[in-house]
Structures are given as structure tokens and as C-alpha cells.
Ligand binder design. Structure first.
Ligand code: SF4
Ligand code: SF4
Length: 292
């Protein structure tokens, strides 16, 4: 891979469950690359239901944009109560019960299918606020973009999408993905060049890792593993990685000083300069295609 192509890599960092050190890895990787390259890195926080990359990176936020989706509004004077819209909606976000047409905006995906399907054009689409996207810069000059869904909002997809629209072609992009393997994680990692899966070497970690690997493979996103808190647990994760031919990109040992730095809100690379090189090596392994 040439240098130009490397500068366009988009790497998502995910984990089968929360609390495995995913955000620590994503932010530390971004700081390491920015430090080594002297610029050219952005970090996107797509964990929009519980964003916390900003707590570690402490960016100066300079810009905020609102995220809206279009939801249906029914003109009952025009509506014939035919029920076509309700049958067309795959999210059960609109229902026709006798003479009433009920909409459930919190379930609505804003797809517009109902208004398209309505035979008498009784539906107009109105904006609904679902979250915000903040943008700024860290003290190292990392371009930071983070999303946050409104309280009570059921769907994070539109905010995730709004964050991902900030992916810049000329920057290395590191994305902090939501935990788990459901839709928010899938919407985040799809179309990324590589997914780094952070896990712990325990039976629970192994179980969650297996689900995350299957998700990556279903989405055809190449993946590799970083083992956090290495030294606890057992050898199950290592055996699984060997059997599945998954590269172990890095091991972060179980160390009190690392846990203390994290609890202070420090990235690995800000707290310990010796972690810059190992994290840059993770990037080089990915760029070199050693993951395949
Ligand atoms: S816009 Fe889509 S999700 Fe929302 S009510 Fe209409 S069909 Fe359902
Ligand atoms: S499809 Fe249109 S006319 Fe039929 S129930 Fe829905 S809003 Fe009313």
C-alpha cells in the first residue's frame, strides 16, 4: 500500500461488549498516529448513545450541527383510512385504527416509504430533531467529530450517518464504534477499510469476540484483534484467533498504571510515550494487509 492510500484508510474500533477498552484503543491510536505523522488524523465518535471519546481527547468543540429526520404528518381531511401506509411501514411507526391514524415518531426511520405509498398524498414529511454532531480539534490537532442522540430516541442510525459524513478522504480516520454487534455497530463499521476488535482474554470476552468477528465477516470488513488486560483470564482468545487465522495486532497488559491513566481520562499515548510505536505498528500491520 502506498503512502497516499494509507492516508485514506478508515479504521473502525469495535468490541462485542462495552467496557473492554475500545475507546481507549481508538483514541490512543489516533494520538499515536497524529504524533508520528505530525498531522493528518481524524477521530469520529460513532458511539452516539454513550459517547465518551471526547472525555479522553478533550477536543475544543467549535461547531455543532443538528440532525433531523423527516417523519410523516397525516392530513386527516385528505386521508381515506385505507391503511396502505401502515402496511408499507416495516418499522410499525404508523398505524390506522378505525378512524384514527397514529404515528410513532420515535420508531420512525424517516425512510419516506409511507408518503410515497399513500394513494391520495395525505402525508407530508416534517423535520424531527434526533441528535447533534459536534466538531472540533484536540490539542494535538486531531480533527474530532462526535455525535449524540437525543434522550429517549430509539434510533441512532441517522446520527451515526451524520457523523460518518465527516470522513475526510485525505485523512486517516479512526472511528470509535458502539459496543455490541447490533445495528448501530453494523452501521458504523460497514464501508470501513478495517475493523479492530478489542477484547479481553476471558470466556465472556471470547464469546463476544466470536459474535463481532461473524458480524465483520458478514459485512465483508477485514478484522484483527487487540487483547486488552492481557494476562488475566485464559488462553481461549488466543486459541480462537489462531484457529480463525485472525491477527492479534497488539496486547495491552493488565497493569495498574494503565488503569490509573484511563481512570484519569488519559489516552495510553498521552500518558506513556512508549505506547506510540506499538500503536503505530498496529496501523502499519493493517496498512500492509497482514490481516488478510
Ligand atoms: S417514514 Fe418510513 S419508518 Fe417512518 S412511518 Fe413512514 S414508512 Fe414508517
Ligand atoms: S395511505 Fe394515506 S390515505 Fe391511506 S391511511 Fe395512510 S395516510 Fe391515509
Amino acid at each position: 500500500m502506498n503512502e497516499t492510500a494509507k492516508h485514506k484508510l478508515t479504521i473502525s474500533v469495535a468490541a462485542g461488549k462495552g467496557g473492554t477498552g475500545k475507546t481507549l484503543v481508538a483514541t490512543s491510536l489516533a494520538v499515536a498516529l497524529q504524533h508520528r505523522n505530525g498531522g493528518g488524523v481524524q477521530l469520529l465518535d460513532c458511539d452516539v448513545e454513550e459517547p465518551n471519546a471526547d472525555l479522553l481527547l478533550q477536543p475544543r468543540l467549535e461547531h455543532q450541527e443538528d440532525v433531523h429526520i423527516l417523519v410523516p404528518e397525516v392530513d386527516l381531511d385528505v386521508c381515506t383510512r385505507c391503511g396502505t401506509c401502515a402496511r408499507a411501514c416495516e418499522f410499525s411507526a404508523i398505524a390506522v385504527i378505525r378512524q384514527a391514524v397514529l404515528t410513532f415518531p420515535e420508531l420512525c426511520a424517516g425512510c419516506g416509504v409511507c408518503s410515497y405509498a399513500c394513494p391520495v398524498k395525505a402525508i407530508t414529511e416534517v423535520e424531527r430533531h434526533v441528535g447533534v454532531v459536534d466538531a472540533g480539534e484536540t490539542e494535538e490537532g486531531i480533527a474530532f467529530v462526535g455525535g449524540r442522540v437525543d434522550v429517549g430516541e430509539q434510533r441512532s442510525g441517522p446520527v451515526t450517518k451524520a457523523v460518518k459524513q465527516h470522513i475526510a478522504d485525505d485523512l486517516i480516520t479512526i472511528i470509535d464504534a458502539p459496543p455490541g454487534t447490533s445495528c448501530p455497530m453494523q452501521e458504523t463499521i460497514e464501508d470501513t477499510d478495517y475493523c479492530v476488535l478489542v477484547t479481553e482474554p476471558t470466556p465472556f470476552g471470547l464469546s463476544d469476540l466470536g459474535a463481532a468477528v461473524e458480524t465483520c465477516r458478514a459485512l465483508e470488513v477485514p478484522c484483527g484483534v487487540i487483547i486488552n488486560r492481557d494476562g488475566v483470564g485464559d488462553a481461549g482468545v488466543d486459541q480462537y484467533c489462531a484457529e480463525e487465522e485472525l491477527p492479534v495486532l497488539l496486547r495491552i497488559p493488565q497493569q495498574r498504571k494503565i488503569a490509573e491513566a484511563y481512570s484519569r481520562g488519559d489516552t495510553l499515548t498521552r500518558a506513556f510515550a512508549e505506547w506510540v510505536e506499538p500503536l503505530c505498528n498496529v496501523f502499519e500491520q493493517i496498512a500492509a494487509g497482514q490481516e488478510v
